[in-house]
Ligand binder design. Structure first.
Ligand code: G6P
Length: 581
């Protein structure tokens, strides 16, 4: 949450343009407000306002910013409302220090009280502003480098911070838990929340580890540990596929990304037989060697993990999954436990926290990740890439499909019966139901509540479909086990309430649950491969049914949101990468 970007060594007139491009690429991390700071001949110009990057840019014209160094920030509000004042960058009273921050400063109240007593005036409600005043206060007696060491010792919480000091041509960068990476170019250096932000400018990067800081100049940089001792870091060369980031003919990234599903599944399956073949084998061996398999994930990725558990159980492998934010409270991990994290971004803070717990308990970590070089990939003993390509829409679509495809490929190694080769074709067939689904969307788009029922493999899918409906089409939706309905939720069924029923094969229990709500007046939407229904799923395989039914849900959600005129790719209050707990 929150994207941060900084550059040192840009040509004077190019600064604003580079900052704008960089922060647009990080906007998926939050879009409540945006702001920039430009350092030009010892003067700092700050422009910032609440709103999405394009809206604010129209108002403030960021490319007009000139200078040789600058900072940019896109915000997902945590502490303090969505206002112009709370937008970053924040500055110290004397404007000597300018900062952008991603994370949460846990002890900011104490620090702020102390600084206010010393005469500092705050102009925002954020925790982040305290950082600027903290540096300003200490500057009277210490160097910036010494203050960085104090900061790492005294500040509680999580942070990726970039700091400009008015009279210095350098950026100070500090990291704990929130992602931060240095991009090295010949004549300039860049700091950002991820490598995508600068992947058009360089393919050389250095990742910050926790409690490290760096002092970055135009053509040189130094990294330091928390004691302030200089450390050597390794430069990583990376490859980044950019061809997919354009929206092209589509109105929204969401529909573009749904339409890419057959192609990305094909790419993943191919890579498992080619460049990821050895890794895949090692991953399978690790599962075989481990006494206990526990998945952990958040959001949509959690639903993929539930399917993973289902598929593994079908072939006799004992596995379980736990929501990452509750992992510490409900998991028991020892050295024989393999924890498999599933995450699109590879940066979700709850998942990182769960994995820290696994490390404390000496468990093993594997991961299934979409964003390469991400923190979770780097924390893992072994990691597989789902190769869904960049996903811009906040709602996960193609990444979910590829997570599940990879889980099916794993289960197949343990005996799960499935022919994955025709999966892209089956998905393509499902996408052809688009028109039918859009009519359905027109019919139900004004409803207040939608219930989605599933059993066995279709239960995780029911939850995923409901999540999509909530986050993108702003309709209250509940995805639940068909069997649980009669234990409470059925009380909410009224005449005409839409109930989507996912019935795989001859699941007569699911059929009975469907009839139970139909008898109470619900508008049943039957998604089935066996019985008569509203949408026919063309597969008799349980594995493929899960994927195809989820795609039905993605399309339904898209068309409901379209009908309602909602901001589909950037739904309110959400962010694609959730890097706070
Ligand atoms: C956020 C996103 C979801 C995503 C979840 C987990 O809530 O909006 O789309 O499913 O985080 O993210 P991850 O990157 O770990 O899969």
């Amino acid at each position: 949450m929150c994207g941060i970007f900084g550059i040192i060594g840009s040509k004077r007139n190019e600064l604003g343009g580079i900052l704008l491009k960089g922060i647009k690429r990080l906007e998926y991390r939050g879009y409540d407000s945006v702001g920039m700071a430009a350092l030009d001949n010892g003067a700092i110009d700050v422009k910032k306002a609440a709103g999405k990057v394009d809206e604010v840019n129209k108002q403030l014209n960021f490319p007009k910013l000139i200078g040789n160094a600058g900072l940019a920030h896109s915000r997902w509000a945590t502490c303090g409302g969505v206002t112009d004042n709370n937008a970053h960058p924040h500055q110290s009273c004397d404007k000597m220090i300018t900062i952008v921050h991603n994370g949460i400063i846990d002890n900011f109240e104490e620090l702020k009280q102390d600084l206010v007593k010393k005469g500092h005036k705050f102009s925002s409600e954020t925790d982040s502003e305290v950082i600027a005043h903290y540096f300003e206060e200490k500057l009277a007696s210490k160097s910036m480098r010494e203050i960085c060491v104090d900061f790492l010792r005294e500040i509680k919480g999580t942070f990726a911070v970039l700091i400009l000091k008015k009279d210095e041509d350098r950026i100070y960068a500090l990291r704990r838990d929130s992602p931060l990476v240095l991009g090295i170019c010949n004549d300039k250096n860049i700091l950002a929340s991820d490598i995508y932000a600068f992947s058009d400018l360089t393919n050389k990067a250095i990742f910050f580890e926790n409690d490290e800081f760096a002092i970055v100049e135009k053509e040189k940089y130094g990294f330091f540990n928390k004691e302030g001792k200089e450390i050597l870091k390794t430069i990583q060369e990376f490859k980044w596929e950019q061809e997919e980031s354009e929206k092209k003919k589509y109105k929204h990234y969401m529909i573009k990304e749904i339409k890419e599903e057959p192609a990305v599944v094909k790419r993943l399956l191919f890579s498992l037989k080619t460049e990821q073949k050895d890794h895949f084998k090692k991953f399978i061996d690790l599962i075989k060697k481990s006494k206990k398999i526990v998945f952990t994930a958040a959001g949509t990725s959690y639903h993929a993990s539930l399917l993973g558990v289902y598929y593994l159980h079908k072939c006799g492998i004992e596995a379980q999954t736990l929501i990452a934010s509750e992992f510490r409270h409900f998991a028991s991990v020892d050295k024989d436990t393999l924890v498999i994290a599933i995450t699109q971004s590879g940066e979700t803070m709850d998942v990182i926290d769960a994995l820290k717990y696994v490390k404390e308990k000496d468990g093993k970590i594997a991961s299934i990740v979409n964003v390469p070089y991400s923190t979770i990939q780097r924390m893992s003993k072994i990691s597989l890439n789902i190769l869904a390509g960049q996903e811009i829409c906040v709602a996960a679509t193609k990444s979910f499909v590829n997570q599940v495809t990879l889980l099916l490929a794993i289960a197949k190694e343990f005996g799960f019966k499935i022919n994955l080769d025709n999966l892209p074709e089956r998905i393509y067939g499902m996408l052809k139901s688009e028109e039918k689904i859009s009519k359905l969307a027109k019919e139900i788009h004004r409803k207040r509540d939608i219930y989605v029922l599933g059993r066995g493999l279709s239960y995780p899918v029911a939850r995923e479909v409901a999540l999509k409906i909530k986050e993108i089409s702003y309709i209250h939706a509940e995805g639940m086990m068909g069997g649980e309905l009669k234990h409470g939720t059925i009380a909410l069924i009224e005449d005409g309430t839409p109930v989507i029923s996912l019935i795989s094969n001859k699941d007569y229990d699911m059929l009975s649950n469907t009839k139970e709500v139909e008898a109470r007046g619900a508008r049943i939407i039957k998604i089935t491969n066996e019985f008569d229904g509203d949408i026919k799923i063309n597969t008799s395989n349980d594995g493929k049914f899960g994927i195809l039914a989820a795609i039905f849900g993605q399309l339904l959600t898209y068309y409901i949101a379209l009908e309602k005129g909602l901001p589909i790719d950037k739904p309110r209050n959400l962010a694609k990468s959730v890097t706070v707990k």
